[in-house]
Design a protein around this ligand. Structure first.
Ligand SMILES: [Zn+2]
Length: 83
């Protein structure tokens, strides 16, 4: 499964260590969305799973970024997530 992480106001935040239930609900929804959309997608060349990182000042204004093993995989993930 793709890893989903969040960086809120420059601080990495784990879904389970969200500040409150509202934040946690948003993180869980986004994590589910990414994992549902990407499934067990792996790079056909390197066999690595991607990581999607959402960055923003607060959980209601997040911008997605993709960390993958290569440009090809990055583009594949971006296309699937339409980002
Ligand atoms: Zn790759």
């Amino acid at each position: 499964m793709a890893k989903v992480s969040f960086i809120i106001d420059k601080v990495p935040v784990d879904v389970r260590s969200a500040k409150n239930d509202f934040h946690r609900a948003i993180f869980e929804e986004m994590e589910k969305y990414v994992q549902r959309t990407l499934g067990t997608e792996k790079c056909p060349e390197h066999g690595q799973e991607p990581e999607v990182i959402y960055v923003g000042q607060d959980p209601t204004k997040l911008f997605p970024g993709v960390h993958a093993c290569c440009d090809k995989m990055t583009r594949l993930v971006q296309a699937k997530l339409r980002i």
